[in-house]
Structures are given as C-alpha cells and as structure tokens.
Design a protein around this ligand. Structure first.
Ligand SMILES: *[C@@H]1O[C@H](CO)[C@@H](O)[C@H](O)[C@H]1NC(C)=O
Ligand SMILES: *[C@@H]1O[C@H](CO)[C@@H](O)[C@H](O)[C@H]1NC(C)=O
Length: 475
C-alpha cells in the first residue's frame, strides 16, 4: 500500500495544469474554474465537408493531427470546429493531443452520408432510428473527452422557403433527443447548439424559436456570417445590428463561421471588433472559415497531395490579428442578462416571421437508444498517452521550412475524467423518457430549469469526479 501511496503522490506532483471542461453560465462560456472563455478558432475539415467518406476523418490520424495542431498553435487558437466524423474510428490520440495543446472541439453530429443528416426539405423521411443511432454514437464517443466543448445539431438546415417551413420542429426534435442522451449517459452538461445560415430571414426568427419552450431548446446559437468584407467598421459591416438583434437572447452566441473572402488578402479587422467591448456582451468569439484551402477559396493553408502544409497570406494576417488581442478578455460589467423564455410565443407571433414555428415536436424515434445507450455500437473516447506529438509532414510557414514540428504542450499531464454515467439529474430540455412529446409548449411543472441552473446542477458531479492523472512522458 505504501508504494502505491508514494506513486500517487509522485504523480500528483506533476499533475499541474490539465484541460478544464467549459461550462455555460448566463449567456457566456467559462472554464470550470470560472475564467471567461471566448472562442478563438477555425473550422477544420481538410478535403471539404461534402467530400466526407467513411473510414477517415480529421481527428482519426495522429500524423495529420500533429501537423495541424502545430499550425493551430502558431495561429494562436483555442477551439476548432469539425463538421463530420466517423464514430467507428478511434479519436483518442488526436483528442488527447488537442487537449494537451489547450484546444477545444465544437463538433457537428452530421455527415453528408445517407442516414447521417436530416433532409431539410422532407425531414420526416430522414428523422429515423438509423440517423439517431449515428448522432448518439458521435455523442457517445466524443463525450469521453473533457475538451469537447459543444455539439452542433445542424448546420444551415433552414436556408430557404421550403426548409423554413418543414424543418424547424425537426431541428428541435434532434436537440431534444441529443440532450436526452447526454442527460442519461454523460456525467456533465455538454452544450447543444445550432449553426444558422447567413440570411436575414432566419437571423432572429429561428434563434427565437430554438431558444424557447420546455423541450428541445438549444444551449447556444451559432451564427455563420460573412458580412464584414475588407476594410470596414463596426457600423459599416452591420455588426452593430447583429449585436442589437441578439442582445435580448439569453444564451451564448458565437460565429460558427466568419471571414468574408471578397477582398484579398483578408485583413481580419473584424477580429478586433469581435473580441472588443462592443460585442463581448453578446458574442462569445467565433470560428474562422476555414483552415484548409478548398474549391470555395476560404483557406488559411494549402495542403499538398504529399501532406505538406503551407501557410497562405490569410494565415499570417490572422495570426497577427489574434496576437494583437488582449490576453484576458472579460465579460463586460454592463452585460444584459435575460431569462430564457420557458414558454414560446404563439406560432403566429410576428417574431417567427419567415419560419413555421410548430411547437409540437415529432415523437422521438430514439426512445430505446436514449434509455439503454449505444455503448454496444460506439466506444466512449478517452485520453491516452500519446506516443508522438511531431509530424512527418513538411510544414512551411511564411515561405520557411520548419524543422522542429513538435506540438508544444501547455499542460504537462492529461487528466482523464471518469465520467459517472446517469447524467446530472436535471432536465435541461431533453426527452425525459416518460412524457409523450404531444405538445412541447406545455411546461412540465417542476422539471423546467434554465441552462444556467443546469450548470449549477452539474457542479456537484464535477466535484465527485475521479480525476486520474496520466503522466505524459517528457524526453
Ligand atoms: C465600437 O463602437 C463604436 C461606436 O459605435 C465605434 O466607434 C468603435 O469603432 C467600435 N470599436 C471597434 C473595436 O470596432
Ligand atoms: C406540427 O408538427 C407535428 C409533428 O411533426 C405534426 O404532426 C403536425 O401536423 C404539425 N402541425 C402543423 C400545424 O403543421
């Protein structure tokens, strides 16, 4: 016994910093220790979202991850967004390396493959058990990593008239099911949000629809925005209007995509505005579209066929813009806090113009999986000892070949939290496993909690988590 006591003492000696999970409080994100967390990141799907295939994804190959995480560190980011993953693959090494680099993941649960996304014109044809099995599998795998910041239930599902009529209550149904799964099978609250198309018709209407009611409401709203182009200003770009439009929301909001490419090279003046006092009361930062150069011409780097990565001008200018930001960004003291509407306005309320705000959600088709879990289909991810943190690929930054391509680690250990199954015991808007979802706008007495209260409920569990320090071998 004595020996093992000594061993534990020695281990805890090196277990200095470890990546903390990010939690929601009021309308912002914070680290568990209470530091405001503003998302500074990029969208990351080399090869493009549409080209996704089974058997390979951006977080499944350590050689590629080490290359790109090195680049993320040069850029100075704390978050990436990935659009599509294959939950049957192992992501432990890449997620561990990201955690050790202090980088969080915002993950979409869909792919372009059949049964892995909603058809936005006729969602009832694709909202089925196979689809939900995919979604739950993604959650099952990625909920094992403390640096999974959030899940996105969909990206631009509503984008024109037909989808605006048919899809909104299906989006909410998916959110309800995802939260139901997380509540039952994950030991912490992982926020679930939606990523909205850059379209004035849905900017407010869909945000309001997804925020309200007792069930299937989102925890944060993602905005894809390309409205600040070239040399512009807070007012000239319309960012002022954007902030005004969302100022009465109750939940965190951030850009899930930004970075207009109409004026080249991009100057990233909007970065200054986004992380400044004009916006930080309402916006929690954003994700630049996108890391790799693809057909649509938004890349920060070029990736060659042989795996060599080379910075473009936009990478260097973005690096400069990030470097010029203040080190600690604070939530403004005059932040406007709003209560989440636990009951939705009636469907014909003008706030829902341009969308069909049906407050009745389709009955869940994931009932059994929400009850029993999908652990037999997908393996919960975990942090591991990473054998390599350098890459074999060539890296060229600003025209110069890089020799030491090691990922610098900001933490000396990765702590593997043993997440207790069974959830946090609070209804955060997921399917509660009993009440038929006949009329989701009828508040269920006694179970309604705000996102903030859910975070409070989570605290107790965080305290009881067993933190296992896994010493990382330094050579
Ligand atoms: C903030 O807003 C003010 C007033 O609208 C404007 O003059 C200023 O340039 C803005 N600051 C930034 C960093 O965009
Ligand atoms: C609302 O959605 C439910 C579930 O999909 C559906 O049964 C119902 O017909 C819809 N109501 C309207 C008015 O479209």
């Amino acid at each position: 016994m004595r020996l093992s006591t000594l061993l534990i003492a020695a281990l805890s000696g090196v277990a200095s910093a470890a990546i903390e999970s990010v939690v929601m409080k009021d309308r912002h994100f914070y680290t568990e220790s209470g530091k405001p967390f503003f998302i500074r990141g990029v969208d990351y799907q080399p090869g493009g979202s549409a080209e996704f295939e089974k058997g390979h994804d951006p977080l499944s190959d350590i050689n590629t991850c080490a290359r790109d995480i090195y680049m993320f560190q040069q850029l100075g980011i704390n978050t990436i967004r990935v659009y599509s993953v294959d939950p049957s693959l192992n992501h432990d090494e890449c997620m561990t390396l990201l955690a050790q680099a202090g980088i969080y993941l915002v993950l979409d649960v869909n792919t372009p493959l059949q049964n892995q996304h909603l058809n936005n014109q006729e969602p009832w044809t694709t909202y089925n058990p196979w689809y939900l099995e995919h979604v739950f599998s993604v959650i099952e795998v990625f909920s094992g990593y403390a640096n999974t910041l959030a899940f996105l239930c969909g990206n631009e599902v509503v984008f024109e008239k037909v989808s605006a009529k048919t899809s909104p209550n299906y989006i909410k149904a998916v959110v309800r099911d995802m939260k139901g799964y997380i509540e039952r099978h994950v030991g912490r609250v992982i926020p679930v949000g939606y990523s909205n198309a850059d379209d004035l018709n849905y900017r407010i209407s869909l945000a309001k629809y997804l925020e309200c009611g007792p069930e299937g409401y989102i925890d944060f709203f993602g905005v894809n925005s390309y409205q600040w182009c070239g040399h512009n200003t807070f007012e000239g770009s319309g960012y002022d209007k954007l902030v005004e439009d969302y100022s009465d929301m109750s939940i965190p909001i951030f850009f899930t995509e930004f970075g207009c490419n109409e004026v080249r090279p991009r100057e990233w003046e909007e970065v200054d505005a986004l992380y400044g006092n004009n916006m930080t009361g309402v916006f929690s930062g954003g994700l630049v579209y996108e890391y790799s150069q693809e057909a649509n011409d938004y890349g920060l780097v070029d990736i060659a066929k042989n795996g060599q990565v080379k910075t473009r001008d936009d990478f260097m200018s973005l690096q400069k813009a990030y470097a010029a930001l203040p080190k600690d960004i604070k939530v403004p003291s005059d932040v406007k806090l709003n209560k989440r509407p636990a009951t939705c306005p009636p469907s014909d309320d003008p706030v829902f113009d341009h969308i069909t705000a049906n407050h009745t959600l389709p009955w869940t088709l994931g009932e059994d999986m929400i009850k029993k879990g999908v652990a037999d289909k997908a393996k919960r991810g975990k942090f591991v000892t990473v054998s390599t943190r350098a890459t074999n690929y060539n890296i060229v930054i600003d025209g110069k070949v890089v020799e030491n391509k090691d990922v610098k680690m900001t933490v000396k250990t990765s702590d593997q939290k043993v997440l207790s199954p069974g959830g946090h015991g609070q209804n955060t808007g997921g399917w509660d496993g009993n009440t038929p979802a006949a009329d989701s706008n009828t508040a269920k007495t006694g179970t309604e909690t705000s996102a903030a209260a859910a975070v409070g409920g989570q605290k107790a569990i965080v305290g009881s988590l067993v933190a296992v320090a896994v010493a990382f071998g330094f050579l």
